[in-house]
Write a protein that binds this ligand. Structure first.
Ligand SMILES: Cc1cc2nc3c(=O)[nH]c(=O)nc-3n(C[C@H](O)[C@H](O)[C@H](O)COP(=O)(O)OP(=O)(O)OC[C@H]3O[C@@H](n4cnc5c(N)ncnc54)[C@H](O)[C@@H]3O)c2cc1C
Length: 543
């Protein structure tokens, strides 16, 4: 376990809950920090998996169960339930890429993404949707993706839903989510209950800081322990720096060992295996291939990077909302999502949890205004709209470049096409919030006042100016950059996740989506990785 100096005495937030990772390590699992391994060591395995999130965890269990010697490499630290103390400061520092400070190149989009054993599944909010049918149809017709119709994917989704206990949330929505269902109902807008991947959830609401009760069925407590139990090896704080290649073959991976402060320790390791699977997620996956100078005859690595640019609308209520407690997301509406698949941008409505640190950033503003806004927190509600990017010629997504030190730079610009969606989404959310009884509403644009009626909001939102950096467009859904499809001039991997231009390299994670999903992505990644890992296994077993 990595050893940070805790700011408070280090006691688990929930006493008496068993920590399956600490127990497993005590029982003899093969788990090491990279810094505990001698400089220059060569690690060997049948398969290397780089990254241990949704794609990596799913793949590791499948291959380990089949008897393969699996080596999991993870750049983030190993933290587990005894470390998860519902503390934003610790969680952002330890579990998030760039300590939750990841941004697009122009600073206009804040990007949340995981960096720890279990990846983003450790910090996500548990909403679990299958890939929408129009998305799969679009991929087949536009990118030549094969074998991924809704019917063909159904058994893989079913397998992963059972594995991760996905089921509609049975407990009444918290007041924050109830605003969406109440307002939508009164306007005749359809809404549904969200399926979640939890087992015996305590309804605490702090999923984003790591689940202290192990109720969230993340990779950390499901597939990774299962793979370790089968004899797999996990090396954490181990950043895959470059792929070692010879012609069309990947021979192995050059690894930088990282200290507790996430800086290079000075040691380097090498991992070798006949098959390498990248599961580093969007942004970092393309960056690894760029650093490695992987063959890319059509310059497609990092292109078509998508985010579901997410807009925010806050509302103040007389009643207590306590928006930091209770299942973070339990209600959604797809009313505005699919009026036209390839027309003006559609959006999914959901509700985010409002822990104070996160909220203080999302609220925008400064000084007295900001102080006054954050004091409203117990009575605040927020709604989010996730814009479905990538389905229109004016939504080609962003691209990944490398900084001088090899780290990724994310170039993603909100253009007029997306701005139209931003404005429409603010109008939809404000109307629903007033219909639910909000006394005032403010959209996340620096020029937005608190509107006190729907009429005032409608006029005010329509008058807001489109200026980059003047409004919040965040993202917790990093997708694309290594598009999947059979057309080698436009796509980087084939429908089985195999890299087009190398013989033994596979990508099983959210970077292969050729567009955004149009729903929260984790179950799409689990289902596709499950299918692709089984296909790979079949191939390996046939020799
Ligand atoms: C706050 C938040 C809430 C979310 N809520 C939901 C939700 O409710 N529902 C949903 O469906 N989705 C949600 N998501 C998104 C979802 O969890 C991710 O889309 C999904 O986990 C991505 O899976 P992945 O396999 O592509 O990558 P990840 O799960 O991000 O895993 C990639 C792993 O690779 C590691 N890695 C990267 N580069 C390297 C390298 N060079 N060497 C070694 N390791 C490396 C990373 O540290 C990381 O652990 C949420 C995300 C966030 C941030």
């Amino acid at each position: 376990m990595q050893n940070h100096t805790p700011r408070q005495p280090h006691i688990p937030v929930v006493a008496g809950i068993k920590d399956p990772i600490r127990d497993g390590i005590r029982s003899g699992w093969n788990v090491r920090a990279s810094t505990s391994i001698a400089d220059g060591t060569v690690l060997e395995a049948d398969v290397i998996i780089i990254g241990t999130g949704a794609g990596g965890g799913t793949t590791a269990e499948i291959l380990a169960n089949a008897g393969l010697k699996v080596l999991m490499l993870e750049e983030g630290p190993l933290k587990s339930s005894d470390d998860f103390r519902m503390d934003e400061r610790e969680a952002y520092r330890d579990l998030y890429q760039e300590s939750a400070g990841r941004m697009s190149k122009d600073g206009a989009m804040s990007i949340l993404q995981g960096r720890c054993v279990g990846g983003t599944t450790v910090i996500n909010w548990t909403s679990s949707f299958r890939t929408p049918e129009p998305t799969l149809q679009h991929w087949a017709s536009e990118f030549g993706v094969q074998g991924m119709s809704s019917a063909e994917m159904a058994p893989w989704f079913e397998t992963m839903e059972q594995r991760l206990s996905v089921a509609p949330w049975q407990i009444p929505a918290n007041p924050n989510n109830a605003v969406l269902s109440r307002g939508a109902t009164s306007l005749g807008i359809d809404w549904q209950t969200i399926p979640r991947n939890v087992s015996a959830c305590w309804n605490l609401g702090y999923c984003g800081t790591g689940c202290p009760t192990n109720a969230k069925q993340s990779m950390l407590v499901t597939t990774i322990p299962a793979a370790l139990q089968q004899g797999s090896e996990l090396v954490y704080s181990a950043r895959a720096e470059r792929l070692i290649m010879d012609g069309r073959k990947v021979l192995g991976v050059d690894i930088t060992a990282l200290n507790d402060d996430y800086q290079p320790s000075g040691s380097r390791l090498v991992a070798k295996a006949p098959h390498v699977i990248m599961a580093c997620g969007a942004i970092n996956g393309p960056a690894l291939l760029l650093r490695s100078k992987a063959p890319d005859p059509h310059q497609r690595i990092g292109k078509r990077t998508f985010f579901h640019p997410t807009t925010f609308c806050f509302a103040e209520f007389d009643e207590l909302i306590d928006p930091y407690y209770g299942a973070p997301q339990s209600i959604y509406s797809d009313h505005f999502q699919w009026p036209s698949v390839t027309g003006p941008v559609g959006y999914k409505l959901e509700v985010p949890p409002l822990q104070p640190g996160l909220t203080s950033v999302l609220l925008l503003g400064h000084g007295h205004q900001h102080f006054s806004d954050i004091q409203k927190l117990p009575n605040l509600h927020a709604m989010i709209a996730l814009l479905r990017d990538g389905f229109h010629p004016h939504s080609e997504g962003g691209s990944i470049e490398l900084a001088g030190d090899g780290t990724p730079i994310i170039d993603y610009v909100i253009n007029d096409y997306l701005w139209d969606g931003v404005r429409r989404s603010w109008l939809s959310m404000a109307e629903i919030q007033f219909a639910a009884g909000a006394k005032s509403v403010r959209v996340s644009h620096v020029d937005s006042p608190w509107f006190t009626s729907w009429e005032e909001a409608k006029a005010g939102i329509n008058a807001l100016e489109f200026r980059s950096n003047a409004f919040t467009a965040g993202s917790a859904h990093c997708m694309g950059g290594l598009a999947m499809g059979e057309d080698t001039t436009r796509c980087v991997v084939d429908s089985d996740g195999k890299y087009h231009h190398l013989d033994n390299l596979y990508v099983f994670d959210g970077s292969v989506f050729p567009t955004s999903i149009g729903a929260n992505p984790q179950l799409s990644i689990y289902g596709m990785a499950c299918k692709q890992a089984n296909k790979l296994l079949e191939k390996l077993q046939q020799g």
